[in-house]
Design a binder for this molecule. Structure first.
Ligand code: BMA
Length: 311
């Protein structure tokens, strides 16, 4: 049997609703980052109203997290954010750039889903900056590096007309985005044939930017969400050096195969370590948080040695 490139943490799931000191039903799709030698996790949590908020948890080892007494981000009740976050805030991602942590998240309202951008330096104070997409857009990850003075993001428009593809866009100021281009599209009769979408914030390696993304396959009993990898050129992230043909993670553990939404592994964050490994975090069945470890070299190799066409 082919060996899995990701070793699941022996004590998964690492976070469930029982670990949260206030009433929530699901804890999943968390952004994770290392800040001052501490791992910070921002998980999405479902309230009993069915709407989502974002919590905060801290860990010394990246696996054992303690959830803070209060949520980190709940829907705003004023300004333009109040209008566009009424139905909840979901699926955050964190980008560490210029000493600042940029947080992108899905803002839901009667107008659809769009992406909001907030910023923090200490994970105590958070400031909302702007809504950076129209409806309908999800899964925005910002590269933790500027290219020719420009911020660069990957995103995934939500459309019944075009295929659900990973796109790239550029911005001089984080507010105005453009020069958009499709990069990685679903491939027919392939594990990601229905949708591709950005997952974790891209990770810099010597060979290129590693993009851990999600792909969706439709079956007679619902969709299966898996994770895959692609490698982007170090200096020009619109250039794809390879998209691995094989997935790297699929729902297998009982809490990934069954739960609120069965057969889902979905990532919003991964943390590279100094020893060449990466901790990958994923929501299991839209209900719990899980973690695993892989070697960055192995993931890079998979992109380069057995690629499929990006578009
Ligand atoms: C996607 C998003 C994710 C979720 C996934 C599986 O469209 O809503 O938040 O984890 O579906 O249900």
């Amino acid at each position: 049997m082919k060996k899995s490139l990701i070793s699941r943490y022996f004590d998964n799931p690492i976070l469930t609703k029982d670990d949260v000191p206030y009433p929530v039903e699901m804890v999943y799709n968390a952004a994770v980052v290392k800040h001052n030698d501490e791992y910070i996790m921002l998980p999405r949590m479902h309230l009993r109203s069915g709407r989502s908020i974002i919590g905060i948890a801290r860990s010394q080892d990246g696996f054992n997290f303690k959830v803070h007494d209060e949520p980190f981000l709940t829907p705003s009740s004023d300004s333009i954010f109040g209008e566009y976050e009424k139905f909840g805030v979901e699926d955050p991602r964190i980008c560490h750039i210029d000493g600042e942590y940029l947080i992108t998240y899905s803002a839901y309202s009667r107008h659809g889903v769009r992406i909001a951008l907030a910023s923090t330096r200490d994970f105590i104070h958070i400031e909302r900056i702007a809504l950076i997409s129209q409806a309908d857009m999800r899964n925005v990850v910002i590269f933790p590096h500027k290219f020719n003075g420009q911020y660069v993001r990957l995103d995934r428009p939500h459309s019944e007309i075009s295929p659900w593809t990973i796109w790239i866009s550029y911005s001089p100021d984080l507010i105005h985005w453009g020069r958009s281009k499709a990069l990685i599209a679903p491939v027919s009769y392939h594990w990601d044939q229905m949708k591709t979408g950005p997952g974790a914030t891209p990770i810099k390696t010597q060979a290129g930017w590693l993009n851990i993304y999600h792909g969706v396959y439709p079956t007679m009993s619902g969709s299966v969400y898996r994770l895959g990898v692609a490698l982007h050129d170090l200096n020009d992230p619109s250039k794809i050096l390879g998209v691995a043909d094989d997935w790297i993670l699929q729902p297998e553990d009982p809490w990934e195969v069954s739960g609120y939404v069965p057969n889902v592994v979905f990532t919003c964050g991964a943390v590279p370590e100094d020893d060449g490994t990466v901790k990958i975090y994923w929501g299991g069945a839209d209900q719990v948080m899980c973690a695993g470890t892989a070697r960055l070299d192995d993931l890079v190799k998979l992109c380069l040695e057995h690629p499929r066409k990006p578009l």
